[in-house]
Design a protein around this ligand. Structure first.
Ligand SMILES: [Zn+2]
Length: 71
């Protein structure tokens, strides 16, 4: 499964790092901010990396979409 490192936000493509910064600045959850999957336009959640050496920051679908090319 490819890791998603970009999403659409207010009509433009942003990286996971920008998304996490927006999230931190706004203090809102991903669902409220409306990050969208580039592949299917579904809501995605921005994940920080919680552990050093663990998974890199990435986006994940709120609901798994088997039709999405990035799923
Ligand atoms: Zn998708």
């Amino acid at each position: 499964m490819p890791k998603m490192e970009h999403c659409t936000y207010t009509g433009k493509e942003i990286s996971i790092h920008e998304a996490l910064k927006i999230k931190a600045d706004r203090g809102q959850s991903s669902s409220k901010l409306g990050f969208l999957c580039i592949g299917c336009n579904c809501l995605v959640r921005a994940h920080r990396s919680l552990v050093k050496g663990g998974p890199k920051p990435h986006f994940e679908h709120f609901k798994i979409n088997p039709d999405c090319p990035l799923f």
